[in-house]
Design a protein around this ligand. Structure first.
Ligand SMILES: [Zn+2]
Length: 238
């Protein structure tokens, strides 16, 4: 059984951890099958080599308890909507048949994150087309959610991450070449602590929206269907 409940996709090997690491750990703990797809090996980062980053990504995935972590090996700073790249992503979607697909926020300031959004959203569409050729049968992803990396807006889906904050932060720090400053490394917003402060503050703010200590927010952008309005009432109260 190779199917996944959630497939979280990023441009670089630490994107998913920053925006959705707590949610992934939470859903893995709930018994769902969770996977990560990194589009590139992040070889253009100021610090770290592709080989170092491969090992860090594997370790971070283990901390979050994901079932699979894949890397498409597209060129870093070279994510483009080409026929070849589209076919590669479609093959992953069709093979793993995720029920929820997580993709980077479409308006993030990093152009690679925006390019990843475009490629992934296109792949979701093509994966469902009967006449789009490939080795696996067509598959329609039911839910696509955008997660936030550098930038955000008011989310329309919020997942509490209380109890999973430590694992999220550990998974982020597993990307040592990016987040740990050592002599010989270049100073960056990642290893000077400024990005992490922002992530922690944002997670607290998203938590405040739902009465939780911490949370991760997502954009759905589609009307939510419910057959039972009482299903919207949170079991814990508000
Ligand atoms: Zn990134």
């Amino acid at each position: 059984m190779s199917g996944l409940d959630i497939l979280a996709c990023g441009a670089h090997p630490d994107d998913v951890e920053l925006g959705a690491g707590g949610s992934l750990a939470r859903h893995a703990a709930l018994g769902y099958r969770v996977g990560i797809l990194d589009l590139t090996r992040g070889e253009m980062a100021n610090n770290g080599t592709a080989e170092e980053r491969d090992g860090e990504a594997k370790h971070a995935g283990e901390i979050l308890d994901v079932s699979v972590r894949l890397n498409l090996g597209l060129p870093d700073r070279g994510i483009r909507l080409t026929d070849e790249a589209l076919a590669k992503v479609v093959a992953v979607i069709r093979k793993y048949r995720p029920r929820v697909l997580l993709v980077p926020y479409s308006r993030d300031t990093h152009p690679d994150h925006r390019a990843a959004y475009v490629l992934l959203e296109e792949a979701k569409f093509s994966a469902a087309l009967a006449k789009f050729e490939g080795d696996h049968p067509p598959y329609r992803v039911p839910v696509l959610l955008q997660y936030f990396i550098n930038n955000d807006e008011r989310p329309d889906v919020v997942v509490p991450t209380e109890g999973y904050i430590e694992r999220k932060m550990a998974a982020i720090r597993a990307h040592r070449s990016q987040f740990l400053y050592e002599p010989g490394r270049l100073r960056t917003p990642l290893n000077d602590g400024s990005l992490l402060r922002k992530i922690v503050a944002r997670d607290r703010y998203f938590g405040s929206l739902i009465g939780s200590e911490s949370a991760e927010g997502f954009l759905w952008g589609a009307p939510r269907r419910t057959e039972d309005l009482l299903g919207l009432v949170y079991k814990g109260g508000s």
